[in-house]
Design a binder for this molecule. Structure first.
Ligand SMILES: C[S@@+](CC[C@H](N)C(=O)[O-])C[C@H]1O[C@@H](n2cnc3c(N)ncnc32)[C@H](O)[C@@H]1O
Length: 547
């Protein structure tokens, strides 16, 4: 995929203009070829803010939904993916309006950096001196004008109507004037103007691809650290600005993809048992409602299946997911374990997320799993008093003192999430380098604790949804240096669970400098998946064998 295709904000996948965004409702007219007539005249017409037609205008419900979500994100630190469905339900949007509200919300959040740079050129004061609600309406207007196929008239008039409804008549005049200036150029022309003379690549990319400069820098370093070419950064950042394709997984032995495929899902190209789905509401699939089929990024599926597929000698009965909440990978791991008559213990530090794990695992055979709540760094102690599936209970009784308990362990560590920015559109504006510095010691301790409860010969998977070198290679090196564990050829295992798709060829795996390969392996490698290469989240995986 070229950077152009990835980054084209007007690609065909976006919702088509809805009737209310077409010209009839805006008062403009089109000729037989669909071109607007009298555009200039309309454009110059000045409305009085007290004109009856203006007073009557009410905000379009889908724009109001987007506004409410963005305000909740800005002022209450909310997560867009949690608030958006609530607001869609509250305003009873139909499917089409819900799709419009979703695109408007997520697109505005993702591209905020670019739009703010544009808006800063169109208003007469610094953006931080503009009332938050007005700034939100301006950003929404900018996305409709520069990132969606909404006709300019509809974008401006509807956003002015929204402003009138949520802020008042006075500011709507200013919003009207600013958006008219924004509409004078398309996105590419604005970006060209904004980046003209900007010699610093990081700053230029930050404007063009709407990422904070520190993240552009960190991602470029991450590409180099994982053996890719730093010039791929443009494609990577562009991929962050696209909505991820929905990937499905049928839990092995529990679910089937038949119903999903009958409803338009296509077999996944990357990993067995997966599908891609582009047909909206997943809730209409019974298999999804029942939890037998799940929405799960193919990258997550790959790392879970790789842990299950890593070669192991001896017993294969007791598995642990150390940081399991909310339970996505645990469900796949648990299903894979149950098929082998192995048992899974899913641990999570937060009570609330532990409940989510329990809910996620309820489709598994009852005797095949246990959910416990505790700090993963203290897992050995938590296990002493916990109710556990029988094979694990026996292993704890027999080997608890020696720590030789589990055959396979997943450490899906709490991380910065820089590899999933396309999934959490507000995340890039909330994070800071400080978060990473704070997470690294916790990640290191969790991985050490996991190694501590793995039996000799057992496998530990260290996973992050971040390609940042500090959270991936540095943590790994630190733990490898401590001894007691060796790196296996992770790439070879990952290739064994991937299908013969072109993306698989991109998976050489990176040799870990200074690491001695575990016995039986010629190479000691790690794997980094990428949105712009594999179409997955940027998931990191290292498979380790306890010595
Ligand atoms: C990346 S998420 C795991 C995602 C999960 N594996 C899934 O696929 O659904 C990391 C989880 O680790 C949990 N966590 C954070 N600190 C922890 C600790 N000290 N011990 C155990 N879990 C912890 C977080 O609450 C979060 O649920």
């Amino acid at each position: 995929m070229t950077a152009k295709t990835v980054g084209d904000a007007r690609r065909p996948g976006r919702p088509a203009p809805r009737p209310q965004d077409r010209d009839a409702r805006d008062g403009s007219r089109r000729n037989a070829k669909g071109r607007e007539r009298n555009r200039g005249g309309d454009r110059d017409r000045q409305y009085s803010t007290s004109a009856p037609s203006q007073r009557r205008r009410v905000a379009d419900p889908s724009r109001l939904v987007a506004f409410e979500v963005l305000q909740a994100v800005e002022t209450e630190d909310s997560y867009a993916n949690l608030v958006l469905p609530q607001r869609i339900r509250h305003h009873r949007l139909d499917r089409r309006d819900a799709a419009f509200a979703t695109e408007l919300t997520y697109g505005t959040l993702r591209e905020r950096g670019t739009y703010d740079a544009v808006l800063a050129r169109c208003v007469d004061r610094p953006l931080d001196q503009i009332d938050q609600k007005i700034l939100t309406t301006l950003r929404l207007g900018a996305h409709q004008l520069l990132g969606m196929r909404t006709p300019a008239h509809a974008a401006i008039n509807q956003t002015v109507g929204l402003t009138r409804g949520v802020v008042g008549a006075g500011p709507s005049t200013m919003v009207n004037a600013v958006l008219r200036r924004v509409s004078e150029k398309d996105r590419d022309a604005w970006v060209a103007e904004l980046t003209e003379g900007v010699s610093d690549d990081l700053r230029r990319l930050s404007i063009e691809r709407s990422h904070p400069v520190w993240i552009v820098r960190a991602m470029r370093q991450a590409l180099a650290a994982h053996g890719r070419v730093p010039t791929e950064i443009d494609e990577l950042l562009a991929a962050d600005n696209l909505s991820p394709l929905v990937h499905l997984v049928a839990l092995p032995g529990i679910g089937s993809l038949r119903e999903a495929e009958e409803n338009g899902a296509e077999r996944g190209r990357l990993v067995e048992g997966s599908a891609t789905y582009r047909h909206g509401d997943l809730g209409r699939l019974e298999s999804v409602r029942e939890g037998r089929v799940r929405a799960q990024d193919a990258g997550s599926q790959i790392v879970a299946r790789a842990l299950a597929a890593a070669p192991l000698e001896g017993a294969d009965e007791a598995w642990l997911d150390l940081c399991a909440g909310p339970g996505g990978k645990a469900a796949l791991l648990g299903a894979l374990a149950a098929r082998r008559k192995a048992s899974l213990v899913a641990n999570e530090v937060s009570e609330h997320r532990s409940r989510l794990v329990r809910e996620s695992l309820r489709v598994l055979p009852e005797a095949s799993y246990g959910v416990i709540t505790g700090d993963g760094r203290e897992i050995a102690t938590t296990l002493e008093d916990a109710a556990l599936p029988e094979p694990v209970e026996l292993a704890v009784e027999a080997f608890g003192g020696t720590g030789e308990i589990f055959d396979r362990v997943m450490v899906d560590a709490p991380c910065s999430g820089l590899g999933a920015l396309r999934r959490r559109p507000e995340a890039r504006w909330r994070k800071s380098p400080r978060d990473i510095a704070d997470l690294v010691p916790l990640q290191t301790e969790l991985l050490r604790a996991a190694v501590g409860v793995t039996r000799p010969g057992g496998i530990v998977a260290y996973v992050t949804c971040s390609p940042h070198a500090a959270e991936t290679q540095n943590v790994l090196l630190d733990v490898l240096e401590g001894g007691g564990v060796e790196l296996i050829d992770t790439a070879a295992v990952v290739r064994s669970v991937m299908l013969e798709a072109p993306e698989r060829q991109e998976l050489a795996g990176l040799e870990m400098p200074g690491a001695t390969p575990a016995e039986g392996f010629e190479r000691a490698t790690t794997v980094q998946l990428w949105p712009h290469v594999h179409g997955t989240d940027a998931m990191f995986l290292a498979l380790l064998r306890r010595v």
